[in-house]
Ligand binder design. Sequence first.
Ligand SMILES: Nc1ncnc2c1ncn2[C@@H]1O[C@H](COP(=O)(O)OP(=O)(O)OP(=O)(O)O)[C@@H](O)[C@H]1O
Ligand SMILES: [Mg+2]
Length: 598
Amino acid sequence: RLCEKYMTDYKDKYGGRNLVVSMLDITDRSKAEADIREAYEMQTLLNAMLQRSLENVPLPDKLSRHLSDLLAAPWLSVEAKGAVFLATPRSRELVMAAQQGLSPELITKCAKVPFGTCLCGQAAATGLPAISTDIGPEHQITYEGIHAHGHYCAPIIAEGKVLGVLNLYLKAGAALSERQVRFVRAAADVMAENILHSQVEEKFSQSQKMEAVGLLAGGVAHDFNNILTAIKCYTEFIRKALAPGDPKLDDVNEISSSVERAISLTRQLLAFSRRQILAPQVVDINKTLGEMTNMLRRIIGEHITLKTNLFSAPCLVKADPGQLEQVIMNLAVNARDAMPGGGTITLETEIIRPDEEFFYVRPELPIGQLVRLRVSDTGTGMTAEVKSRLFEPFFTTKEQGKGTGLGLPMVFGIVKQSNGEIEVESEPGKGAAFIVYLPFAEKPLSFKDGEAKGKDKDKGGKAEEPAAGSHETVLLVEDEDTLRRLGERVLRNNGYTVLAAADGQAALKLMEERGQPVDLLMTDVVMPGMSGRDLAKALHRKKLIGRTLYMSGYTDDAIVKHGVLEPGIAFIYKPFTVDALVLKLREVLDGPADKAKA
Ligand SMILES: Nc1ncnc2c1ncn2[C@@H]1O[C@H](COP(=O)(O)OP(=O)(O)OP(=O)(O)O)[C@@H](O)[C@H]1O
Ligand SMILES: [Mg+2]
């Protein structure tokens, strides 16, 4: 026990010297003081770690500095040695992210530790601290010259998920006190917060990069669409003007097929930049997959096994069915290409109800039930470098002429435009899994239902009129000279009377001077000055147009919200062919008026 000794001497009345010694037992008091000091130092250290958490420092550096602070605390009964591991959930492995005092041999041996192996792996697998007081059989990773020591391996956990492990070395026979255990848990919590935060940040900077590339690609694709529409239509004029057997026909066909290729690239770029016009319906992904399996089997070939594992209930999502098929097809084709020697592609679906933390690291997903579509393969897998660039347009590892690198950007654009998220899990040699999350759609409400509910039906419409010939008058508004001239020509050749204007203001003026309505307004959506939509609404109010047909090469808020076409609107996608335009014109003029609203 700890005592304080007090001595007093005094002279008694006989002149003798006396000594009085008293002892005070201060064991409890000094322990209390030490406790207060230790608690204060623990709090100070945790505060410093929290402070550091706010700094703009890469995660491994942050973890490494946390670790060295912990190991330097004189009141913590640990050796000056330790490590922090990050968990990779797919391969169920721990990867060393920071260390101090470990021998080079151990750094190599413990660079990756499978869940369940050794003490750190135990902590990761169980989510509970793994403790040993000396080297024993639980030390599965050993090395020559290993000297006696114990371990305290604390799992780093957030919202029930193991994100990593903090590994501390104890002196042989030593153990952490209860208070120290609490402290280590708090330190692990700070690290958990840091890891989550860095995951969110990484997603955010990735999504910013994609946003910028998307903007650029979308702008280029929009201009290309107009140019390609013109080339395509004029090529058709030439073809029609040539006599059968004319040798120039071969050249014309070459031009046509090159234009087709350019159009298909442009479409993919538009899809990537999320400027594609989608016609979403509520679809059951299970049904889509079921309908696609035969086709997929043919495409992937006999050397690859296709397995499906579909959720028992309908996996309803709101998406454009054609685009959803594109997503599945692209992922399956990539999986096939990653398995030249054969293997297995697995398609899985599930309806999930994720916890808060899931949405915290995926802030763009709407909170609620989700449908998860997983396309996995047993192929070559990919490096971290490839993984980080997958969704960039034109990124491909395939040899020239084999891949354009537009498959995944397109998938990315479609998923994002459908309010979803896409993620990849892959490592070299370990196959790959693409996981698509889409919001679960509660009711099987179809696009057609939406249309039927459209309120402002055009009462003056000619829905009931029988199909008419091409005698109608059309007002064509298009700011691109080539396209306007082209449109006039197609319309006149097909018997329509045409009025043309280069922009909204000119069109309004023209119609006011004319004073009587035209049957159809055919207008570009995106134009300088007045938008096509505003023009149509203005002319509709003045009762100067019967129906409207919009033309556009990409999405715009005037008629589409986030690329989703409003019900009841007639629309033709640029680039169109002459035949497609002629057909569309009849469809719009002969169909119900409430399908060609302003
Ligand atoms: N399942 C997979 N396994 C391994 N690597 C993949 C997988 N899927 C995609 N990749 C990698 O991502 C790259 C980009 O894929 P993406 O689909 O965008 O383009 P691509 O397949 O190369 O060409 P494209 O699809 O335009 O024909 C591929 O070249 C490949 O390196
Ligand atoms: Mg591809």
